[in-house]
Design a binder for this molecule. Structure first.
Ligand SMILES: C[S@@+](CC[C@H](N)C(=O)[O-])C[C@H]1O[C@@H](n2cnc3c(N)ncnc32)[C@H](O)[C@@H]1O
Length: 227
């Protein structure tokens, strides 16, 4: 998977981004998104901080390494075992760590454990101040979103900030809908009032909500702080 040039990684065969994003380019969209995250989370320099990336895929790892963006710690968690195995075996850097999470997702990990039985993330992140979930809640229904928010809050310290993308649609009647009911989790849309209740119930304070910014390759998104 690594190309012949020193320190050039190509995880294209493991890329899980939507086709249009993959076509624009892993590193191009990755670099724009990392810049966007830094602005939204008020981070001056990734070199001084750690980032927990839940549902990491390969994009940020490839971007950080190939574009030589220094980061204090990068902790990637994903339910796709092949992705985590490849990242673990290909990336030797001590400030990068990767963890397989054996949790159910109808699209990505049908064999995983039920969300409701899990208390914490699969690794200690109690020192992490920043976390992101890009295109993860877009695949989580209401109960799964509630469990994810509960687990994140139980794992991250007070004052930590999370940024995550989501599809918000206030024209729907229910709290959330499966856009393709025959293929659950492929695309989920949430009603803002219902989702904000989940955030509050799980001790997350909303700092910002913004609509999608296609130029930054991000859907609707929240920035929240752990209470
Ligand atoms: C559309 S991809 C986005 C990957 C990456 N965040 C990015 O923006 O390039 C969604 C990722 O979330 C992972 N995922 C889905 N449900 C998850 C869960 N409950 N916990 C952790 N990862 C999850 C999938 O395995 C997949 O790698």
């Amino acid at each position: 998977m690594t190309t012949s040039a020193a320190r050039k990684y190509d995880f294209a065969d493991l890329n899980v981004n939507a086709k249009n994003i993959a076509e624009i380019g892993t590193e191009k969209t990755g670099e724009v998104l990392l810049k966007f995250l830094a602005e939204e989370l008020a981070i001056d320099d990734w070199g001084n901080v750690g980032l927990l990336d839940i549902g990491c895929g390969v994009r940020f790892t490839q971007t950080l390494l190939n574009r030589d963006i220094k980061i204090g710690r990068y902790c990637g968690v994903d339910v796709k075992e092949d992705i985590i195995q490849a990242l673990k075996s290909e990336v030797p850097d001590s400030n990068f760590d990767f963890h397989y999470w054996h949790v159910f997702n109808n699209l990505y990990n049908k064999a995983g454990e039920k969300f409701s039985t899990i208390e914490k993330l699969p690794t200690d992140v109690s020192d992490m101040r920043y976390a992101c979930l890009i295109s993860v809640f877009t695949h989580l229904n209401g109960p799964d979103s509630n469990d994810m928010l509960r687990i994140l809050r139980a794992s991250l310290p007070k004052g930590s900030k999370i940024l995550f993308s989501i599809f918000i649609d206030d024209d729907i009647e229910a709290d959330y809908i499966e856009v393709f009911p025959q293929n659950p989790s492929r695309t989920v849309k949430h009603k803002s009032a219902a989702f904000e209740k989940l955030l509050t119930n799980n001790d997350w304070k909303v700092l910002k909500f913004n609509k999608a910014r296609p130029e930054c390759y991000i859907n609707d998104h929240f920035v929240c702080e752990a209470m």
